[in-house]
Design a binder for this molecule. Sequence first.
Ligand code: IMP
Length: 183
Amino acid sequence: MRSQDIPGDLSEILFTEAQIKARVQEMAAEIDRDYAGKEPLLVGVLNGAVMVMADLYRALTIHAQMDWMAVSSYGSGTQSSGVVRILKDLTQDVVGRDVLVVEDIVDTGLTLTYLLENLASRGPKSLKLAAMFRKPEANKVHIDMAYVGFDIPNKFVVGYGLDYDGRYRNLVDVGILDPKVYS
Ligand code: IMP
């Protein structure tokens, strides 16, 4: 789906498919460099990270593995609830592994703070975070974001895995959802 397929739904296009693709390549190059000689385990957070994981993972030139977790987040609203539950856990053991969590977006960081603490307690060799988008609120919590795609305004955005009520994940661009869609 492209932005022209949903006329009026976006108040602004923030990043085009080409811009996102280019940035993912840059992030992958950094990860290649930092993990040279290692074989990291990329941990994606369902469902939002599906797109960034698929692109980032394929852009790597080093060996890496992939696993997934699902946690509860926004539900159908546009505000973080602060309630985090593990709905699906990893299938692999992370003890002694170089774990790189791959996230779509960090907003309040509530979800990630919980997730990172939980993963840290399992004894990985290293634990880092890659997120495609970061909102200003994310700077208030102490999360070390090793790889960030883009800093974005404090608006509700959709596309490239980010949804509103299950929709727009398949939008190839990323844009600000017009408030009329959810008001
Ligand atoms: P946080 O706990 O506030 O950092 O929120 C994390 C999760 O909320 C993300 O993984 C997304 O699933 C969702 N989220 C946060 N901001 C947005 C947004 O602007 N659009 C769509 N989903 C969002």
